[in-house]
Structure formats: C-alpha cells, structure tokens
Write a protein that binds this ligand. Structure first.
Ligand code: NDP
Ligand code: MG
Length: 392
C-alpha cells in the first residue's frame, strides 16, 4: 500500500504544523504532495526542505515576490495565488486535502477540492459556517468525503460510526470555557488581547483562541455540527468541560450516550481524518490513567458569553446568517486584537450586523461572498457610530 498523498492548506499555522508532525511520524502511510501558506515563506521553505513536496503555494503575492528561491528544494515548484491552490488540490497526485487555513479564506480551497471529488480533512469550520448547505451538497454530488478535524466533530463522527443520524436524539458539544470561565460581564469589559490569548487547555492560532474566549468558537461549532451531521439546531447542545478530555457526547434514541476521550492534542483528530478508517499508533498524547481523578461539567453562562446564543440562532435560521455572523466575527476579532474593540464589543457588534442584514433562505455562493464583504464594512460602520461603552 503506497502512502496517502496529502495537500496541506495552511501549513504554517497551528493545525498545519500539527499535521506535519503526524506525517513525520507515519512516513510509510502519509506523504506530502503540496503545501500552501499565506505569507510565511521562510517557514514554508523549511517545510519544503524537510518534506520535498511537488508544489508549494504562497497565497500572498508580496511574499511570493520576496521569497528566496534558493531556500526551496529543486523538486518543489513554487506557485502563487488562489488558482495555484486549486491546481494543488485538484492535482492527480493529491489523495486528500487538509483544509487548515483560518477564516472564510479557507472556503475556496475546500470548494475546489470537493469539486474535484477529493477527500477533505476539514479543520476550517468557517467553510461550513459560511456555506454549510452548499458545501455538503457539493460533497454529496461529487462523491467527495468530508472528514472532520475539529476535535468535537471528530468525537461525534467516531461515536456515530455504525449509526445513522436518525438514531441520534442529540449531540452535546463540550467547551473548555476558555480563559474567562466563571467571570461575569463586569469582569470582562476591560480584558486585554494578551489575557484573552492565554487559553487554559489548547495551543491554537490567535483567531480561534479569541473565539474560544468569547465562546464564539462554540457558536461556530454548533453551526458546523448542524450542517456536517444534518442535525436540527434543537438537537445540538453545549456543556462546559474545563479539562478538555471528553471531546463531545452523542445521545441515541434508546438513551445510551457515547463519548470520545483523549488528552487535548489535535494530532489525534488530524491523524484519524488522514488515515480513516484505520487506527494506528501515532504522535498524539495518551490519557494518563494514574493522573486521571475527576472530570467536571457545568452549564455555560449564556448571558455573559452572548456569542453562544448567536450560534444557536444562526443554526436555526440558516440561509445567509452564517456568512454574515462569520465575517462580522472575523472583522471584530481583528479589531479586538488591534486594540480598537473592547472584548464584549465582539458579540455586541456581531449581533448588530446580523440583525441589520437582508436575510435570504437559499443564497448562492456569489451572494454569500457579497454578504461577507458587506458584513466586514458594517463592522467598520458600527465602530464609527457606536456610543462608547460607559465604564461600570
Ligand atoms: P493559524 O492562524 O495558526 O494558521 C492559519 C494558517 O492559514 C496559516 O498557515 C496561514 O498562513 C494561513 N492563512 C491565513 N490567511 C490566509 C489566506 N488569506 N489565504 C491562505 N492562507 C491563509 O490557525 P489555526 O491553525 O489555529 O486554525 C486553522 C483552522 O483550523 C481555523 O479554521 C480554526 O478554526 C480551525 N481549528 C483549529 C484548531 C487548533 O487547534 N488550532 C482546532 C480546531 C479547528 P501564514 O502563516 O503564512 O500567514
Ligand atoms: Mg473545536
């Protein structure tokens, strides 16, 4: 059996480097066909020297111009832009595409891969938040497999093996609660990006780390689960579990509940998606049964972490709501990281933009792209027109 050839989109990020670690540990099973990053060309060149892919892509034309060609190995062809990503994922030498770009920017590569009938290991949850129904329809039409990498969805996917969605009464996504678990709104008004970037259990890129602090990440995951597993919004629930060892629960019609447990380490769900349906020893950490004493669960504080409710609302309404929520959140997180937004402004602004948009039930992909741009402009407008938050 020859190794599966992997095209990795977002190779320089947190999921990207964890994916390379999985490949590094399983050289007989996995091989890198191509790597794509946005602008970190020195890191990309080092990855190419180690994995010798056929293609490397820099999406950012400025970085492509700057990149020192002599640092890339001879066997790697360096390409630029979105067309190059499409070429990499549709290439006959690619078996599986890892979609690990951050944000709505990840949609194009995922779409191109599914259109070509390739298996996609999906870390980029924004793809499903923005265009869930269109993406899952495309996958079904092209006979392309869509395998979750997000740890909660990987847990649900594992628990569902041998069952159909009709056997399921509900899924319960676990949430670590983030760095501000137990805090009230008054405590959160003045938190800084540095405080929000300190996640208690996971090491991740900055955008998803802020999303974890606001619980927007869980909101996006509710929407992701809705489309990925074809569940009704009412069948999805969230429970806070600070240890991040239980990655989610599935409750079946007979009342039985299945869970998947492992230490918080993304290399496990990544490996599972890459080698599906096989399970082999890999680099992921194992549970230390000697140290395991108790697992804790609590209800999320939906009032303080207002973003969570937005996730349930958007999962219920569907249509254009996901694209608008996602774009508003990306822009708002950017502004919080720049110091232009207070922490609580993120959810406030997302709600304002969502409620002012022209809702449609069955938007086209083009319409969703237009709305994405519109929502980002609305965040800029909200920033200019809002009344400053009174100090409490
Ligand atoms: P990072 O910020 O660490 O990495 C993002 C990657 O995407 C980098 O390789 C970056 O390239 C690339 N990139 C950024 N913008 C663009 C663009 N416009 N076009 C092309 N490539 C781009 O993010 P994470 O790895 O943390 O997250 C990636 C995805 O996986 C997100 O959707 C996240 O929600 C999801 N996810 C992440 C988890 C984690 O543990 N990190 C867990 C579950 C899901 P460059 O470095 O050159 O800028
Ligand atoms: Mg997750």
């Amino acid at each position: 059996q020859r190794p599966r050839r992997v095209a990795l989109l977002g190779s320089t990020g947190s999921i990207g480097t964890s994916t390379l670690d999985v490949v590094r540990h399983l050289p007989d099973r996995l091989d890198i066909a191509g790597l794509a990053a946005h602008s970190k060309w020195e890191q990309l060149a080092a990855q190419c020297r180690e994995f010798k892919p056929r293609f490397a892509v820099l999406c950012d034309p400025v970085a492509f111009k700057q990149a020192d060609r002599t640092l890339f190995p001879k066997e790697t062809e360096l390409l630029c832009g979105e067309d190059a990503v499409a070429r990499l994922v549709t290439d006959a030498g690619t078996d599986i595409v890892v979609s690990a770009v951050v944000g709505a920017a990840g949609l194009a590569g995922t779409w191109a891969a599914l259109e070509a009938g390739k298996t996609v290991a999906l870390a980029n949850k924004e793809t499903l938040v923005v265009a869930g129904p269109l993406v899952t329809e495309l996958a079904a039409e092209r006979g392309a497999k869509l395998l979750p990498v997000d740890s909660e969805h990987s847990a649900i996917f594992q628990a569902l093996t041998g069952h159909t969605p009709a056997d399921v009464t509900r899924v319960v996504l676990t949430a670590s609660g983030g760095p501000f678990r137990g805090k009230r709104a008054a405590d959160l008004e003045a938190v800084t990006p540095a405080q929000a970037l300190k996640h208690p259990t996971w090491q991740m890129g900055p955008k998803i780390t802020i999303d974890s602090a606001t619980l927007m990440n869980k909101a996006l995951e509710v929407i992701e689960a809705r489309w990925l597993f074809g569940l009704a919004a009412e069948q999805i629930d969230v429970i806070v579990h600070p240890e991040s060892i239980v990655h989610s629960f599935v409750e079946f019609a007979d009342g039985s509940v299945l869970a998947q447990l492992s230490p918080p380490d993304m290399r496990l769900p990544i490996q599972l998606a890459l080698l599906h349906p096989e399970r082999v020893g890999g680099p992921a950490k194992r549970l230390d049964w000697q140290k395991l004493t108790a697992l804790h669960f609590e209800q999320p504080d939906r009032e303080t972490f207002a973003a969570l409710e937005l996730g349930f609302e958007v999962a219920r309404s569907g249509g254009t709501c996901g694209a608008v929520l996602n774009a508003a959140n990306e822009a708002a997180v950017g502004r919080f990281l720049n110091g232009e937004f207070a922490f609580l402004d993120i959810a406030r602004c997302c709600r304002a933009v969502l409620s002012s948009h022209d809702y449609e039930t069955r938007p086209t992909l083009e319409r969703l792209k237009t709305l994405d741009a519109w929502a980002r402009q609305e965040v800029a407008r909200w920033t200019r027109t809002r009344t400053p938050v009174a100090p409490s």
